[in-house]
Write a protein that binds this ligand. Structure first.
Ligand code: ADP
Ligand code: MG
Ligand code: ZN
Length: 477
């Protein structure tokens, strides 16, 4: 007899580091770096020369407050910075200024996921591994670029509310879209301005308490995040099935090999010898600061999706797609303001045809004007042009601009008229006696050959359903 396979439920909590798009660094006046020559954006403060004093960046605090308010957090009346001590060459001070037990924001929620806390801190320098070309005394060496050192970061920590890899990726995308909409960060995962760590554990279905968690570090896309969590859940399940126990540790997921490697056993808070930063005053946001942060918040993606769904009766997925990429939502809503007769059809054209043409780009950067898209979609709805011909028209409008009616006229893409279509159908019937024979014998699929012939002849200027109807009528079916 085999024992029933035990069902486990994944439990996941996310920690996200966001580089803030401020003009200057967290505690000094150095401008943020965007790929400048190494070590050109530094000063005595961020290089930790003796005797220097940090000063908190007001713009970073403003962004931190915006994020906290957007996530519905409680803002601490007075929060303080701590020193998180560690020794590694990416930190000239040998500590990071971060926040510990009194963070700027606590509590909150995004979608169904509770936010544990949001705090401000500073980024470390970047180690560049010179490899074998940079040998010193025979050993491979690394060099340090301090440009990134002291870049303002916000760390957002969720409660362990996520229950699958897909949910975690979905949450990450919503958070990314939200931060992007607020304009507080570039949120570019590949460039490291958004860095995601996932804490993963599993527990037998129905058990209330959590299992031991491991931490997956620094996945640089949401697709890898999802695959990494899936791999880690599978590893933990296997380990428990074999009678083993989960060790608390930090892991690296290699997306190419699909493998997980242990980086280190997990450190505890006391390993960092946290103590209050004596060189900084507490952050005590004034009412004026809070009012300003609240006023700076635009409509956020979750609220926009909810509004599009409610007011325009768009399907939830469609509303989400338009809201998670606000440039699509903006284009859509501007088009809709010009012609509000076809909200669903216009939405479908925006998320399907338009994105197929512009990829990840912004449709506003093309020659196509939003009201022109609305006009084209209205022509499809009014059967002045077939959907497939309209796709060709769209390609022209995106590349060259202009008016749909003119493009249709110039390229002969107008819908085939009743008479023209009738002639073409007659010809198709005459040219395909075999197919006609089969249809008459009851083989309905055979009509596809005739429809195909007509569509080829009209170069897509006819509607497939209509062609099919006409063929049936002519065959007396
Ligand atoms: P640590 O002290 O190890 O940093 P925290 O309690 O601060 O742990 O939690 C860090 C992150 O791990 C949070 O996102 C939290 O939701 C998540 N987390 C905590 N416990 C678990 C668990 N058992 N399984 C999965 N995630 C967890
Ligand atoms: Mg932690
Ligand atoms: Zn500096």
């Amino acid at each position: 007899m085999t024992e029933a396979v035990r069902q486990y439920e994944p439990v996941i909590g996310i920690e996200i580091h966001v580089q803030l798009a401020t003009r200057t660094k967290m505690f000094c006046g150095c401008e943020l770096s965007f790929g400048e020559e190494p070590n050109t954006r530094t000063c005595p403060v961020c290089l930790a020369h003796p005797g220097v004093l940090p000063v908190t960046n007001a713009e970073a605090v403003h962004f931190g407050l915006m994020i906290g308010l957007a996530l519905g957090c409680e803002i601490a009346p007075s929060s303080i910075f701590h020193r998180k001590n560690y020794f590694y060459p990416d930190s000239p001070k040998a500590y990071q200024i971060s926040q510990y037990d009194i963070p700027l924001c606590t509590g909150g929620r995004l979608g169904d996921v509770r936010i544990h806390r949001v705090h401000l801190e500073e980024d470390a320098a970047k180690l560049v591994h010179a490899g074998s070309s940079g040998r010193i005394h025979g050993a491979e060496s690394s060099v340090v670029d301090f440009n990134r050192c002291g870049t303002p970061l916000v760390e957002i920590v969720t409660e362990p509310d996520l229950r699958s890899a897909a949910e975690a990726a979905e949450f990450g995308r919503l958070l990314q879209a939200t931060l992007r909409r607020m304009g507080v960060s570039d949120v570019n995962m590949e460039e490291g301005s958004l860095r995601v760590d996932a804490n993963v554990s599993i527990r037998p279905a129905g058990q209330a308490s959590f299992g031991t968690k491991t931490e997956l570090k620094n996945m640089n896309s949401f697709r890898f995040l999802e695959r990494g969590i899936e791999a880690e859940v599978a590893r933990q399940e296997q380990l428990l099935a074999e009678g083993g126990t989960i060790q608390q540790e930090t892991l690296h997921f290699d997306p190419e090999a699909g493998s997980l490697t242990s980086l280190r056993s997990k450190e505890e808070a006391h390993d960092y010898r946290y103590f209050p930063e004596p060189d900084l005053v507490p952050m005590a946001p004034t009412e004026e600061m809070l009012v300003r942060a609240r006023a700076a918040l635009p409509e956020l993606p979750a609220a926009r999706a909810e509004r599009l769904e409610r007011e325009l009766e768009l399907p939830a997925d469609t509303a989400k797609l338009l809201s998670f990429r606000s440039e699509l939502g903006d284009f859509y809503e501007t088009a809709l303001a010009a012609d509000s007769d076809h909200p669903r059809r216009l939405a479908n054209w925006t998320i399907n045809e338009l994105t197929a043409a512009v990829g990840d780009g912004d449709p506003a950067d093309t020659k196509l004007e939003p009201p022109v898209l609305a006009r084209l979609v209205a022509m499809v709805a009014d059967k002045q042009v077939s959907a497939s011909a309209a796709r060709e028209v769209l390609a022209v409008l995106i590349a060259k601009g202009g008016d749909p009616a003119q493009v249709i006229e110039a390229q002969g893409l107008g819908r085939a008229g009743e008479e023209e279509l009738g002639d073409i159908v007659d010809r198709a019937i005459a040219d395909n006696p075999d197919a006609v024979e089969k249809i008459r014998a009851g083989k309905q699929q055979a009509i596809g050959a005739l429809v195909g012939a007509v569509m080829r002849e009209t170069k897509g200027r006819a509607d497939g359903g209509e062609v099919q109807q006409m063929i049936r009528a002519k065959l007396g079916e």
